[in-house]
Ligand binder design. Structure first.
Ligand code: 2AM
Length: 190
């Protein structure tokens, strides 16, 4: 069995800029800078034939390259004890379209991913014990203006995830180019 997910990788400067923020919250399990990514779909544990089907199915996803801008911070859940801290994304229709097509391509091979609304984010830290409220507020205030220059997204990846004793380790299994020059109207119909 393989634990799989589909995600965007981030350029080096974005990972490095996010890593600068990864301090100042007690009991945070910070995601290793090299592992930072934006998840489009989580497949979970799948068997080998499904893995192969997913690899081929994702190759049929067609969307145009786009620019992505990371901005703002948020938490999951947004009410109650904080479990996850993340960097947000400026709304980008092409990203939403890509995510829908990835989910559809997976549905075509009978892989059903979570039905929850897509909230694009880059997880920075997870918490077993939520940080004290004043520390959280101080952290938010310090980074209230967080925003990175946009960067081009020209591909997405199928990742496998290895949960060891320490932090999770992710590996790219397959990569898929986004296709420039797709007619906006034709793209919108799909
Ligand atoms: P995250 O982006 O919110 O951290 C590998 O675990 C990736 O798949 C992580 O980026 C994680 O989300 C995402 N993911 C989505 N749903 C998940 C789930 N139910 N269990 C574990 N990871 C999930």
């Amino acid at each position: 069995m393989n634990r799989l997910f589909v995600a965007l990788d981030l350029p080096r400067y974005a990972k490095d800029s996010l890593a600068v923020m990864q301090q100042g919250l007690p009991d945070a399990r910070w995601v290793d800078a090299d592992m930072l990514h934006l998840t489009l779909a989580f497949l979970g544990e799948v068997d080998r034939p499904t893995f192969i089907d997913a690899m081929h199915g994702l190759a049929r996803v067609e969307t145009r390259p786009f620019d992505l801008e990371l901005q703002g911070l948020g938490f999951f859940p947004n009410r109650g004890a904080v479990r996850q801290l993340w960097a947000g994304v400026r709304p980008e229709p092409e990203l939403e379209r890509l995510q829908r097509r990835v989910v559809r391509a997976l549905a075509d091979i009978d892989v059903v991913v979570e039905k929850r609304r897509f909230v694009p984010h880059v997880t920075l830290a997870r918490f077993r014990v939520p940080p004290p409220e004043p520390r959280l507020q101080a952290f938010l205030q310090r980074h209230s203006l967080f925003r990175l220059p946009p960067f081009p997204v020209s591909d997405f990846h199928l990742y496998s995830s290895w949960l060891g004793a320490g932090a999770a380790h992710y590996e790219i299994e397959a990569s898929y180019e986004l296709v420039p020059g797709l007619e906006p109207d034709a793209a919108a119909r799909r």
